[in-house]
Design a protein around this ligand. Sequence first.
Ligand SMILES: Cc1cc2nc3c(=O)[nH]c(=O)nc-3n(C[C@H](O)[C@H](O)[C@H](O)COP(=O)(O)OP(=O)(O)OC[C@H]3O[C@@H](n4cnc5c(N)ncnc54)[C@H](O)[C@@H]3O)c2cc1C
Length: 274
Amino acid sequence: MVTWVEPQVFKIAETRINRDDLVGFLRFLGADAWMEKQPWYRASSPDDVEDSSTVIEIAGRSCYKSFGVGLNPNITKIREDSKAYIENVLSKGDGSIFEQASTCWAFVDCSRVFTHELVRHRAGVAISQESLRYVRPRELRMTMVPGSELSRLSNLDEVTRSLEGAEEEYLHLVEGTIRPEMKFDEKKAWTSALRRFLPDGMATNIVWTANHRTLRWVLEMRTAPGAEAEMRYIFNKVGEILLRDYPLIYGDFVVKPHEDGVGGQWVPKIRSKV
Ligand SMILES: Cc1cc2nc3c(=O)[nH]c(=O)nc-3n(C[C@H](O)[C@H](O)[C@H](O)COP(=O)(O)OP(=O)(O)OC[C@H]3O[C@@H](n4cnc5c(N)ncnc54)[C@H](O)[C@@H]3O)c2cc1C
């Protein structure tokens, strides 16, 4: 039976600070006075700290020793406030410090159309994709993006029936070719050969890590009006999580809803591609 499934987004990991060593580093730099005023240093619980922007800010300030006047004799004033500091580095285009913190995502029940486009972004990412060479599907699960062209098809039943025919054909081929007594490598080779008949729109999973420099760029590109509906749908969800969890890094994005209702266009106000 063919099942239609919606893509889902999970942020499964992210950069965390190692407080004791961070304190040691800042004391080594002589930045004690600056450090003792910081919200992350004064916070009663690590849960109250937004670690990624903390790491990014400290990495950036360490370049010029801009933790206060006097540490670097060339500096006569500093931006005390974290928000002002991050906005300034974004506007100058000092993007490399945004590579210091990363997020790790699981995109599940997304299509191979989506994963194929996602992996075109090469800079600042790590990718682990479910293998259809190793994993043999038992049924056809197809990705359906709410609000997309496909979801609005009046003859979706017809499409589903046609896919059920393809699924039946695939399972028949598998049954006639892959025997339980075969060695694993042989099963793998045939699984790979027969996946050539499976559709691009079938649901799959991918784990994707990206740093915040990459994320700002991919969020902008993949929610643009020309982007594919599934890209827009998933990256709109990514954008909502990024804005919720890292307001200092993504607070300049403005969201304009798309006419078809599939997510919104995320436009950075300070600077595109830092
Ligand atoms: C709406 C839309 C439609 C598209 N249509 C097509 C299409 O029809 N056909 C097609 O083939 N692709 C298409 N693409 C994919 C597109 O061409 C890019 O491959 C993809 O968006 C990756 O972006 P990027 O090149 O910025 O790379 P990323 O890996 O995201 O890199 C970010 C930036 O780092 C720099 N960079 C990365 N790698 C290098 C490098 N090797 N050398 C120098 N600088 C580098 C560049 O400044 C780059 O912009 C489309 C993308 C979008 C958003």
